[in-house]
Design a protein around this ligand. Structure first.
Ligand SMILES: [Zn+2]
Ligand SMILES: [Zn+2]
Length: 295
């Protein structure tokens, strides 16, 4: 008999083991990426263990609610609605910091800070601020409200740890919205679920571009060329180039100088896998940064 929890465990493990297999394939083909692959294999394992037991959230998703959020550009998922288990969150924060420290991706001082945060009673408040800051940044960038978010922003390092630690919880929430047709009503360049920025995209076999949220991994259709960070849609000011194998593209904006990578699903043998593709495109990041763009 398949119980809820075994079905959940199966859902939780299957895609991850496929991701792990793809990561190992990258390691054997590109020995110079070995340390990055090993780091991500460990992060994947930390996230997989927790994600398997995160329940699905109760989200009200109807055409009317999507229309309402679409018209105000407000993401659907409120912080209070994330099925967050505090002891699981503490665990994943600590383990993420341990992995990053072991691979030299976290300085000793930042490591101590993250561990202190993991024990602190204010962890939830810090995470809530981090969660809401993404949408506040969107509002500020639209000029609707002068940014007060800067003062409440945690350091980049803390943000990076929180992004990784919250992924198991947010990815479960994204699963719910991802399969709903109402998602097609959303036309903004920030995430419909959590308000996060895209940090990857995928070109579908029908040549549409779908943005992928850097926090919850939700995918949604957006314009195929315009810059999602500043909305520049002047073709003459977007530089686009592909990797020699045609597997990935970069769209670099000559207005805001940021770039977005895309996994080209038109010639792919597997679906896009954000964590795998983040590692596979590290050389592409270096190329874009060398040309003067930032992520
Ligand atoms: Zn998101
Ligand atoms: Zn731009």
């Amino acid at each position: 008999m398949v119980t809820d929890s075994t079905a959940r465990a199966a859902r939780g493990t299957r895609p991850e083991s496929r991701e792990a297999g793809e990561l190992r394939a990258i390691r054997s083909q590109h020995p110079q990426l070995q340390s990055a692959v090993d780091l991500h294999l460990e992060l994947l394992e930390v996230q997989r263990r927790v994600q398997g037991r995160v329940p699905l959230p109760n989200l009200e998703i109807t055409g009317a609610s999507l229309e309402r959020h679409q018209s105000t550009a407000t993401p659907l998922l409120r912080f209070e609605d994330i099925p967050l288990d505090l002891s699981d969150l503490r665990l994943v924060v600590r383990q993420t910091a341990d992995v990053l420290r072991r691979y030299g991706a976290l300085e000793e001082l930042d490591y101590q800070k993250v561990h202190a945060l993991g024990r602190d009673m204010t962890l939830l408040a810090v995470v809530a601020k981090w969660y809401r800051s993404a949408f506040e940044r969107q509002v500020a960038s639209l000029g609707a409200q002068p940014g007060s978010f800067a003062e409440m922003e945690a350091s980049d390092v803390i943000n990076q740890v929180l992004t990784l630690s919250m992924r198991p919880f947010l990815a479960r929430c994204a699963e719910v919205l991802q399969q709903r047709p109402e998602l097609a009503l959303w036309t903004h360049p920030h995430c419909a679920l959590c308000g996060g920025e895209p940090d990857l995209s995928v070109i579908t076999p029908s040549a549409e571009r779908h943005l992928i949220c850097g926090r919850c991994e939700l995918r949604w259709k957006w314009e195929s060329l315009a810059c999602p960070y500043c909305r520049n849609s002047d073709r003459a000011r977007i530089t686009s180039f592909a990797t020699p194998d045609g597997q990935y593209r970069v769209y670099a904006c000559d207005k805001c100088r940021r770039y977005l990578k895309a996994y080209d699903g038109r010639r792919a043998t597997r679906p896009v896998m954000p964590m795998v593709d983040a590692v596979a495109t590290l050389p592409l990041d270096a190329a874009a940064i060398q040309r003067g763009y930032s992520s």
